[in-house]
Design a protein around this ligand. Structure first.
Ligand code: ZN
Length: 139
């Protein structure tokens, strides 16, 4: 498994509209995309800093995972996503072989058309971890 960089940091917010002025007007970053991922019940907003993105996550439903995260822990960092240079599927096989608990046994489609999979925080020292690959960049 070859992790190339931090693809993005996912941050749970109650409202993207209310969070964006901080990122844009205070930090001076630019939101370049807003996208709804219906099967995850989230709306996402992306900002870029270097080759890393900030992914703001707002729940579109009171029973979504982001809504229950905010209810339990408040707004804040939700997950960290690593870019896998040699494919998410390979990484999942390797990690499962090392005893890591997987949330996703196989890659699925996430925001921006990336192939993604989540690892269980019980196996990642408390940090919900996402693996990503851009299918247009992996060979
Ligand atoms: Zn993410």
């Amino acid at each position: 498994m070859n992790l190339s960089h931090i693809e993005h940091i996912g941050i749970a917010v109650k409202s993207i509209d209310e969070a964006l002025p901080y990122y844009e007007n205070v930090l001076g970053l630019k939101c370049y995309a807003i996208e709804e991922v219906a099967d995850q019940k989230v709306k996402t907003a992306f900002l870029k800093i270097g080759q890393t993105k900030i992914e703001l996550l707002e729940s579109t439903s009171p029973d979504g995972t982001i809504a229950s995260f905010i209810e339990k822990r408040g707004e804040g960092i939700h997950h960290i996503a690593f870019s896998v240079a040699d494919g998410v599927q390979n990484a999942l096989v390797e990690l499962e072989g090392k005893g890591v608990k997987l949330i996703d046994k196989a890659p699925r489609k996430g925001a921006e058309g990336l192939n993604i999979a989540f690892l269980h925080p019980k196996s990642t020292v408390g940090v919900l971890t996402e693996l990503c690959e851009n299918p247009n960049e992996t060979k």
